[in-house]
Design a protein around this ligand. Structure first.
Ligand SMILES: C[S@@+](CC[C@H](N)C(=O)[O-])C[C@H]1O[C@@H](n2cnc3c(N)ncnc32)[C@H](O)[C@@H]1O
Length: 188
């Protein structure tokens, strides 16, 4: 069966993760992505602004016996304060946490700030998956901001791909995949 964007978002990262690598879950939520990354990477940094997300994620990690994760109760826009190593892989699931307060959503400005910090710190060959959910109020604005930003990334430094259902009703989530292919100073 054809892959759904959410599945491709994991496969895209699994291809390049190994037990030496550092990974980031920029939107921890219930910890599905955090646990997935922790099963493959040496170390995972996971961010969320809601205490509930940290609790749920810790439970999930405990159930799976995963201990290589730092759970951070802070916005992903402050990533630089916590992550000092090169990053091999990172993931965003934009929008709100379904089981929680739906007014707490990712926001265009902070999302873009975090994406920029991750791209700077990404290893060459490293990858970023961004799952865009945009059916909620404010989602459209964030979707457009992210699309506009990634479309303008230097093609000598990043390959940017889009994987999106085209004939589904409503606003099905879609996936942006980014691979870093060069460093800034190498392109000059
Ligand atoms: C769609 S949910 C993530 C789902 C998650 N990947 C999972 O596996 O359950 C989006 C999450 O982003 C969080 N969030 C909102 N603003 C944030 C920010 N500035 N930094 C980090 N997380 C944020 C929300 O609290 C919410 O838990």
């Amino acid at each position: 069966m054809i892959k759904r964007p959410i599945h491709l978002s994991h496969e895209f990262l699994a291809d390049i993760l190994d037990d030496q690598s550092v990974a980031v879950d920029a939107t921890m939520g219930n910890g599905h992505d955090t646990a997935f990354l922790a099963g493959l990477a040496q170390k995972v940094y996971a961010f969320d602004v809601q205490e509930q997300a940290l609790q749920k994620t810790q439970e999930r990690l405990d159930q799976q016996g995963l201990t290589n994760v730092e759970l951070i109760l802070d916005g992903h826009e402050h990533l630089d304060q916590y992550v000092k190593e090169p990053i091999r892989a990172a993931i965003f699931n934009l929008g709100y946490l379904p089981s929680a307060d739906k007014s707490i959503i990712t926001q265009p400005l902070t999302t873009l700030e975090a994406i920029q910090q991750i791209l700077e710190r990404l290893e060459v060959g490293g990858r970023l998956s961004i799952m865009i959910y945009y059916g909620h109020e404010g989602g459209d604005v964030e979707k457009d901001a992210v699309l506009d930003f990634v479309k303008h990334l230097d093609q000598k430094l990043y390959t940017v791909m889009l994987y999106q259902p085209l004939n589904q009703i409503h606003t099905p989530p879609f996936l942006i995949m980014i691979e870093k292919i060069g460093e800034k100073n190498e392109s000059k």
